[in-house]
Design a protein around this ligand. Structure first.
Ligand code: FMN
Length: 360
């Protein structure tokens, strides 16, 4: 069985190790969602990842409700991403853009319009806004005749991601955002072709993935899903019936990889006793499978050893340890991340996590 430090092929990407950087929103862009110079420094520091999956990147203003997060719908944004992807490549790394539509998890004061979702159900909790947190609003249901334009916005974002120098794209289908809201029945009460049966709830995912794969190339197209347990108010009454349908829809596409963010009983950023879906997905999906959440070196290697995963993605460990692969290889201690600076603007808690010192 491979170790975390062995190379792995992820579609068109030859990753030198199996330690991927999970997507992490850090809110260091401008108010117009344009990347800034410190973002190039941040990603450059983390270029030793087998592959960096970028923070969630908005595909449209409608889908981007996170203050100071970056987008990929304007030419100005494309130009500002280029120094970021150049920095990663100059440091010997690889980076995919995570394509993000937040669905009902946005506030109209950020997007300028009522949130959209499969069904008019407000999620629990509060949305981020420029004036602090505000209760989530009731979204309007996307009309079926709006879906072609939505899919087109994913295609355009994928095109712009490649133009900006990304090595590929990962569609964000996890964590209670738009695609996940369609997939799971607590958020999807539609009675048209996009709701009801697992096949119908998977339709938008299928359409988005085949469109993006046609644009970017399947071997440069990945997907992130979170199928077990409640994430931000989105959940499913029967994940074991949904997962095989999703795996069956993805199998023919030849994607670069599928990443599953799975909740575990003692999870430190979301926990659940709903069984992990990776065993079901693994038995029905033959592409590379990446697993995430609450891994350390031992548990990560165990999921490679059992054959459940081909690679592991690390979120907070990579946030706080820019040289994470080296630290895992040498058994060096890990820095802890500081949640107080997760989403603050500026370099504090962003550029100042130190790599190990070179031995004298
Ligand atoms: C600050 C922060 C920002 C995050 N932003 C994103 C994001 O943009 N997209 C996404 O899919 N997940 C996001 N996540 C979830 C992480 O990718 C990951 O699933 C989570 O941190 C659990 O993995 P870990 O235990 O390795 O940190 C974020 C998590 C954190 C802590």
């Amino acid at each position: 069985m491979p170790t975390l430090f062995d190379p792995v092929r992820l579609g068109a990407i030859a990753a030198p190790n199996r330690i991927l950087m999970a997507p992490l929103t850090r809110a260091r862009a401008t108010r117009n969602h344009v990347p800034t110079a410190i973002m190039a420094d941040y990603y450059r520091q983390r270029a030793s990842a087998g592959l960096i999956i970028s923070e969630g990147v908005g595909i449209s203003q409608q889908g981007m409700g996170w203050p100071f997060a970056a987008g990929l719908w304007s030419d100005e944004q494309v130009e500002a991403w280029k120094p970021v992807t150049d920095a990663v490549h100059d440091a010997g790394g690889r980076i995919f853009a995570q394509l993000w539509h937040m669905g009902r998890m946005v506030h109209s004061s950020v997007t300028g319009e009522q949130p959209v979702a499969p069904s008019p159900i407000a999620p629990p909790g509060h949305a981020h806004s420029y004036d602090g947190n505000k209760p989530y609003e009731t979204p309007r249901a996307l009309r079926a005749d709006e879906i072609p334009a939505l899919i087109e916005s994913y295609i355009v974002a994928a095109r712009k991601a490649l133009a900006a120098g990304f090595d590929g794209v990962q569609v964000h289908g996890a964590n209670g955002y738009l695609i996940d809201e369609f997939l799971r029945d607590s958020a999807n009460r539609r009675d048209d072709d996009y709701g009801g049966t697992p096949e119908n709830r998977t339709r938008l995912l299928r359409e988005v993935m085949s469109a993006v794969a046609s644009e970017a190339g399947a071997d440069r197209t990945a997907l992130r899903l979170s199928l077990n347990g409640d994430t931000q108010g989105t959940d499913d009454s029967n994940p074991a019936s949904l997962s095989p349908v999703i795996a069956g829809a993805l199998e023919p596409l030849g994607l670069a990889f599928l990443e599953l963010r799975e909740l575990k009983p003692g999870g430190t950023r979301g926990a659940s006793t709903v069984p992990r879906q990776s065993p079901i997905i693994r038995s029905l999906f033959s592409g590379p499978l990446v697993l995430n959440s609450d891994y350390d070196r031992v548990s990560a290697q165990a999921d490679l050893d059992s054959g459940l995963a081909d690679a592991i993605s690390f979120g907070r460990p990579f946030l706080a340890n820019p040289d994470l692969p080296r630290r895992l290889a040498t058994g060096a201690p890990l820095n802890a991340d500081d949640p107080a600076t997760h989403y603050t603007r500026g370099p504090e808690g962003y550029l100042d996590y130190q790599p190990l010192r070179e031995a004298a």
